[in-house]
Design a protein around this ligand. Sequence first.
Ligand SMILES: N[C@@H](CCC(=O)N[C@@H](CS)C(=O)NCC(=O)O)C(=O)O
Length: 201
Amino acid sequence: MTMTLYYNPQSRASVARWMLEEVGADYALQHLDIAKGESRAPAFLAINPMGKIPTLVLDDGTVLTENGAIIAWLADAYPKAGLMPPAGSSARGTVLRWLFFCGSCFEPALTDRMMRAQAPLPKQTVGWGDYDEVIDAIEKALSPGPFVLGDSFSAADVYLGASLAWAGQFGAPRVRESRRIQDYVGRITARDAFVRAQTAQ
Ligand SMILES: N[C@@H](CCC(=O)N[C@@H](CS)C(=O)NCC(=O)O)C(=O)O
């Protein structure tokens, strides 16, 4: 199975690339220079009308977008990697919980906290609650650790780990200051597949 990841190393597509390395997939990278407008070029918009990466094109032409969906699909498609617990198990529920949480709570809450110009939106109305509660939930998910599922590394750690590593680099509140989060980021960024995903190509 060969697939193509539309990619830029300084983008959210680096999360999907790490997952491709974790599962040992055969893939090609197609670089897009966002600053040069390549993500908004008609040729790419014909593939993903959102003009966003990661965009993963499967060998049958199916287009996958959204890091959570890409990670979940790869975990299922490469079961030997052991990153997705069996359908119907409680552990799979936990993995899915954190895959959805990254995209629908952590990212919006972080954007709201770091880019907000006005008063916060009402936390009981917006789906991501508020930033401090998101960080509290993450701290709890990582206790006792070392991973979301305890001793087993899973697909959830790819998205959550990459999100926290990235948030720390951008100076997100309570990320660098948290010993628990920093220990977790240290563990996941030491993985061979993570390191391979950082190599230029
Ligand atoms: N919801 C998407 C977001 C992807 C996204 O926003 N990617 C940015 C780069 S980090 C992008 O492609 N920007 C280029 C553009 O909008 O033209 C996901 O989580 O996978």
